[in-house]
Design a protein around this ligand. Structure first.
Ligand SMILES: *Cc1c(COP(=O)(O)O)cnc(C)c1O
Length: 458
């Protein structure tokens, strides 16, 4: 088992959380119509809904907030962000924006239009949405090992480069507007992409003259996995690995709410093409604001400049990924199945294995998420049939290949004791799993139903 590394920080400020009684939780979740998104966060003990924007900033970052330069143009904080980003990514130009999807809103229409396609190892939901809003179509091209939750593969987030070539030949290179490499591969469970794979993808892209965009939300976690698992990288620093990764793209879009450990923010990076940068600037001004703030306050830029550096700290990453590995090792011992190996930011519990008697149309992963709340006030979410929704043509419930209950771990927020509570709750649920019943939907909107649907227990 992997050694667990204790928090490389001590606690200077705390945010109290409260534990409701089981009866209170039963009442709250019923009032929320058995939808975790409808719960008040005050009624949640351990919140594992997402790792996005939920991290804890450091004293350095909070200090930086006070030092933020709020000038409309030429802000000192903007300059600090440019220096910090250049140091990590090795690119020439950067444009701050208010979050990851804002970067996508600026960048995707520069490459994509009706009749074109974008090919990615896997598009994140908002990336797919912006590809489609630009009029194009999004094609996922992850290796088939990503579908296998049991067998080990060090880089389950990889692009299937053989299939990539087939797809380019099929659509014609002029139709492929963009190749997007998502690191880590969020939708495949925070699974990393190897340097060899990124290099190969970029070679294929160059051969067909197709630009490469890196979706960089969890680039530091990806670099950590490369350092741990890929030959030739053990002695390289996280920043050296990051610089090599980014050298294979011409542009990147990034949600800074993940590895830059800030609560709101995003970034676009342009390797060196000045004309490209001019286009990014011209598009950002009407959409996000003037180039030296891009939808953020000066203090946010300052916090991002510092958070980018902290996110690449090896001790921090070792602790961060170590938390997920700690959870995974405890679940191994308890015989609880999850998407293996554990990814960077979350653990995906295999609810199909824990609740085999609950059919997909009664939502086993949602059932487990609700049970975790009732058991210990833990908020997680369904990544399974409940989230997939209905087939738009037939109106029939889609049967998802997987029924995952996702436990996303915020950065620097919870301690090992919190992780133990999570494990104990899962074990308690497993012991009475055969007595659990599924749920049915009593009301649902036509799209993205999982956020607002109402359910009732069967
Ligand atoms: C979170 C995320 C985004 C979107 O970022 P927001 O800041 O939520 O708008 C895009 N791509 C990936 C891979 C992400 O994880």
């Amino acid at each position: 088992m992997t050694k667990y590394y204790a928090e490389p920080f001590k606690i200077k400020m705390v945010e109290p959380i409260k534990v409701l009684s089981r009866e209170e939780r039963e009442e709250k979740i019923q009032k929320a119509n058995y939808n975790v998104f409808a719960l008040d966060s005050d009624d949640v003990y351990i919140d594992l809904l997402t790792d996005s924007g939920t991290g804890a900033m450091s004293d350095q970052q909070w200090g930086g907030v006070m030092m933020g330069d709020e000038a409309y143009s030429g802000s000192r904080s903007f300059k600090r962000l440019m220096e910090s980003a250049k140091d990590i990514f090795g690119y020439e130009y950067f444009q701050p924006v208010h979050q990851g999807r804002a970067a996508e809103k600026v960048v995707m229409p520069m490459y994509l239009e009706k009749g074109k396609v974008a090919i990615s190892n896997m598009h994140f939901d908002t990336t797919r949405a912006h590809v489609e809003l630009a009029g194009a179509r999004a094609i996922d091209c992850v290796i088939k090992e990503a579908q296998d939750t049991v067998n080990y593969h060090p880089f389950k987030g990889n692009m299937d480069n053989e299939r990539l070539v087939t797809l380019i030949e099929k659509y014609g290179p002029e139709k492929v507007g963009l190749i997007i490499i998502t690191v880590t591969n969020n939708s495949a469970g925070g699974q990393p992409v190897s340097m060899e794979n990124i290099r190969e993808t970029s070679k294929i892209a160059a051969k067909y003259n197709i630009p490469v965009c890196i979706d960089a939300a969890r680039y530091a976690e990806n670099a950590y996995f490369i350092k741990q698992r890929e030959e030739g990288y053990a002695d390289k620093s996280i920043k050296e690995i990051a610089r090599e990764m980014f050298s294979y793209g011409e542009i990147f879009t990034m949600s800074a709410k993940k590895d830059a450990i800030i609560n709101m923010g995003g970034l676009i990076g342009i390797k060196k093409d000045t004309a490209l940068y001019e286009t990014v600037k011209a598009r950002t001004i009407p959409l996000e604001g003037f180039i030296s703030y891009g939808g953020l306050a000066g203090r946010d830029l300052e916090a991002m400049a510092i958070g980018l550096q902290e996110g690449t700290n090896f001790d921090y990453l070792q602790y961060r990924i170590g938390q997920i590995e700690y959870l995974a090792a405890k679940l191994d011992k308890a015989g609880i199945a999850y998407q293996s190996p554990a990814g960077g930011h979350a653990l995906f519990i295999d609810a199909k294995k824990m609740l085999p008697h609950i059919p997909y149309y009664q939502f086993p992963a949602q059932t487990l998420a609700l049970e975790l709340y009732k058991e210990a006030g833990i908020r997680s979410c369904d990544i399974g049939s409940y989230m997939m929704g209905n087939n738009p043509d037939t109106g029939q419930q889609i049967e998802s290949e997987f029924e995952f209950t996702r436990l996303a771990v915020p950065r620097r927020v919870y301690t090992q004791s919190h992780l133990d509570v999570i494990v104990e709750a899962l074990i308690a649920i497993k012991e009475r799993a055969d007595q659990l019943n599924g749920y049915e939907i009593t009301w649902e909107p036509p799209i993205l139903r999982h956020f607002t649907a109402k359910l009732k227990p069967l």
